[in-house]
Design a protein around this ligand. Structure first.
Ligand SMILES: [Zn+2]
Length: 274
């Protein structure tokens, strides 16, 4: 009877467990992008004055492992000042994510999982370094990045090609990373074929959703603007609905990853959210 009792408790607890107090979220400055023209993002230039995007990387520390999320701009440009990307666009990256991980005493070998919202160059810039981690990727993103990269011009396989040797868990939908509901990858296709966002439940900070590129600007969210270079506009709108519903149901706060004004207010590593 006692055994049955404890078994029942063991089965019940995970479903009701609040976020483990030990979960931490680190935000790293992995560069910035500056645009003369933002029309490609589905806005007109007079609708917003914002021309700069923050480029983040994140680390989630969970009692059962570490998840790295989004790998910033290409590490090759670190320390080179303003680097032209294409006419009218520059990128800048002052201090590599590797040095920033070093600051908090985290070595790459200790990072169990790496996931990218999608494989564009500003989210996969240090991806090759995570070849020792298990990669959590949506199957359509894997196909686009590794089998059809030529058809996806914002994909640069030199940044992530070495991951071909990594272990993958290929996802076809949402995924509970550590099995307790606290850190969940949410499929949100459309910006790229297998775009995804990340839900993190923090004991003190509350619930946060990291947007990937579901939205680039606050304005994009307000008016459901779809960038012209998204691979699937109608899937993007469906993904927006799905994530907005998740935010409503969970009370989570959306962090638009590229939102410079938001980023300016965030606590960066070595400090963290818990
Ligand atoms: Zn981006």
């Amino acid at each position: 009877m006692f055994r049955a009792f404890f078994l029942t408790i063991a089965l019940i607890v995970p479903a009701f467990a609040a976020a483990a107090e030990e979960i931490r979220l680190y935000v790293f400055d992995c560069g910035s992008l500056r645009f003369d023209d933002v029309a490609a993002f589905g806005l007109t230039n007079d609708e917003t004055e914002v021309r700069e995007m923050f480029v983040p990387c994140y680390l989630v520390e969970h009692p059962n492992g570490r998840l790295f999320w989004d790998a910033g701009l290409p590490v090759a440009i670190v320390g080179q000042g303003d680097v032209p990307l294409q006419p009218g666009t520059t990128m800048r990256y002052d201090r590599s994510v590797f040095d920033q991980l070093d600051d908090i005493g985290v070595s790459l070998e200790t990072i169990d999982y790496a996931a990218f919202s999608h494989m564009h160059f500003d989210h996969a810039g240090a991806a090759n370094a995570f070849v020792g981690s298990t990669i959590l990727m949506q199957k359509p993103e894997y196909v686009a990045a590794f089998e059809m990269a030529d058809a996806n011009p914002v994909f640069d396989p030199t940044l992530y090609g070495e991951l071909a040797d990594a272990e993958f868990i290929l996802l076809e939908g949402d995924h509970d990373v550590f099995g307790d509901g606290s850190v969940r990858i949410i499929a949100a296709y459309g910006h790229t074929p297998g775009h995804q966002v990340l839900y993190v439940d923090l004991a003190n900070t509350g619930r946060i959703v990291l947007s990937g590129d579901l939205y680039h600007f606050r304005f994009s969210r307000k008016d459901r603007r779809v960038p012209s270079f998204n691979t699937d506009a109608s899937a993007t709108l469906t993904a927006m609905d799905k994530v907005e519903r998740l935010l409503e149901e969970t009370g989570a706060t959306l962090w638009i990853e590229h939102d410079k004004a938001l980023a300016d207010t965030l606590t960066k590593a070595p400090r963290f959210y818990d």
